[in-house]
Write a protein that binds this ligand. Structure first.
Ligand code: AMP
Ligand code: MG
Length: 451
């Protein structure tokens, strides 16, 4: 585990009061470490988990040479460029079992009718699709004619081991288990997969003006939406969540919440209380209980963020729920990674997507590259100052010419959740980028897959 000072020393330049979005990502990738414990999970429970070991194919897939088409299998050496080929049909090879002729192997001048997926009879390497042959009959003997220059030897045959070779990695450590990958594991006959254990993430909202659902509205107070957006985004990542509610601006309550979270979780996500000039105790408590930096990021929305580690033992508190909670046995003696997000609801979601999500994926053991940004044509002019990264809520659609286009969804204020709710992605206007004109291509981060 590195301290924040050690990480700062590794970086070319580090000014906590003026960080760019790429610098934040770089810093976080040095701060977090992957979980170590593994879980052997049945396939039905493995979706969204991360593989902790390569999956080695126990056999060749497919296990035999087989036909890719319904047609007739024959020895392709008989094909001639300038003459049709006539073959006598000796029987039918069905999918699922090896063809056994009564008169030994198929010889020159003979073929076998074959179904897709059926094992290629011994000595045969080529399949002519049934729609390409002319059928003929002589007595009770059926024969086919294949036109000249129609096929080459080996056509329409799938080779043994063509999908996967026995002993080779079919899936790799660090890969997220998607439906296709779980299907692939099933096709290898595997009942379980070795995965990294899920990440435990505690989250709470701070601020005396924040109401929990069910509380009566009062002047100047707002309902807590951040816990719900954070819950949703963590759910999509498959994290084990520990919802700690709204924590009042009271040193004892904040200390108890941070200590419990650090004892039981790998990561803590808070919202509110980290901006400059905050009067409340959140920042003071983060400082007291851990190694925490308070950043100003050149971004919009977002900007203030607290990052570091909260140590479980520093204050000597014991966990509130020890023994009764499923989050005990924190294996991380270094405490929990803290992501102290701003309070504004859209800033919470954007900082989560831009920074917290990649960091959590790294902690989950994922080694995959982040999803690529897409390019879409802006349908409007957007004012943008170089020197900060701006995330605009947008609706991406297909233009009449087939290209992607994007328009913003209403007010971009950092507290306006409605325009986030109406969006299907974020325009990412990069640090050095200036104004956007109508028709300019911009990068977009689609919510699909992330939200
Ligand atoms: P802060 O970062 O604490 O200064 O909060 C910035 C703004 O976000 C204020 O208007 C807060 O009322 C609002 N806010 C903070 N936390 C939440 C929350 N959990 N849900 C909704 N709005 C919030
Ligand atoms: Mg506040």
């Amino acid at each position: 585990m590195k301290t924040l000072d050690q990480i700062a020393a590794e970086l070319q330049s580090y000014d906590p009061q003026a960080l760019s979005a790429p610098q934040v990502l770089d810093f976080l990738s040095r701060l977090v470490t992957p979980v170590r414990e593994v879980l052997e999970l049945p396939l039905f429970e493995a979706l969204g988990r991360v593989l902790a070991a390569d999956v080695i194919s126990p056999f060749d897939v497919p296990p035999h040479d087989n036909s890719a088409m319904d047609g007739y299998a024959f020895d392709g050496r008989q094909l001639q460029a300038d003459a049709p080929l006539v073959l006598q049909v000796m029987g039918t090879a069905l999918a699922g079992k090896a063809w056994q002729g009564n008169n030994g192997p198929v010889k020159a001048g003979q073929c076998v009718k074959i179904m897709t997926g059926a094992i290629m009879p011994q000595g045969l390497d080529t399949v002519v699709p049934q729609e390409f042959v002319t059928l003929g009959q002589a007595g009770d003997r059926e024969h086919i004619t294949i036109a000249a220059a129609l096929l080459r030897a080996g056509d329409n045959r799938r080779l043994r081991g063509e999908d996967l070779m026995q002993g080779k990695a079919a899936l790799r450590k660090g890969e997220l288990l998607t439906p296709a990958r779980i299907g692939l594991a099933a096709s290898l006959g595997l009942k379980t997969l070795t995965t990294w254990r899920p990440l435990r993430v505690a989250y709470f909202s701070t601020g005396d003006e924040i109401l929990s659902l069910g509380e009566a509205p009062r002047e100047g107070a707002v309902y807590d939406s951040n816990r719900y957006t954070v819950f949703g985004m963590l759910s999509r990542l498959g994290c084990q969540m520990m919802d700690m509610g709204v924590v009042r601006d009271d040193p004892a309550l904040l200390e108890a919440a941070f200590t419990e979270a650090a004892t039981q979780a790998d990561a803590i996500i808070t919202s509110g209380g980290v901006s400059v000039g905050e009067a409340d105790y959140t920042k003071a408590m983060m400082k007291k209980l851990g190694d925490v930096a308070f950043w100003r990021i050149a971004m919009r929305p977002g900007r203030p963020m607290a990052v570091g580690r909260i140590l479980a033992t520093k204050s000597g508190h014991s966990p509130i729920n020890s023994g009764t909670s499923s989050y005990t046995n924190n294996s991380n003696p270094d405490g929990a990674v803290l992501f102290g997000l701003p309070g504004n609801p859209v800033a919470v979601m954007v900082t989560f997507l831009a920074f917290v999500r990649p960091a959590l994926l790294q902690m989950m053991g994922s080694t995959e590259a982040p999803p690529p940004l897409l390019k879409a044509r802006s349908t409007e002019t957007i004012r943008k100052k170089p020197g900060r990264t701006e995330y605009q809520r947008g609706w991406v659609s297909t233009a009449p010419d087939g290209a992607l286009q994007v328009k913003t969804t209403g007010s971009q204020g950092s507290g306006v959740l409605r325009s986030m709710a109406e969006a299907n992605g974020l325009m990412v206007l990069h640090h050095g980028q200036g104004n956007v004109a109508v028709g300019d291509e911009v990068d977009v981060l689609m919510f699909a897959g992330a939200l």
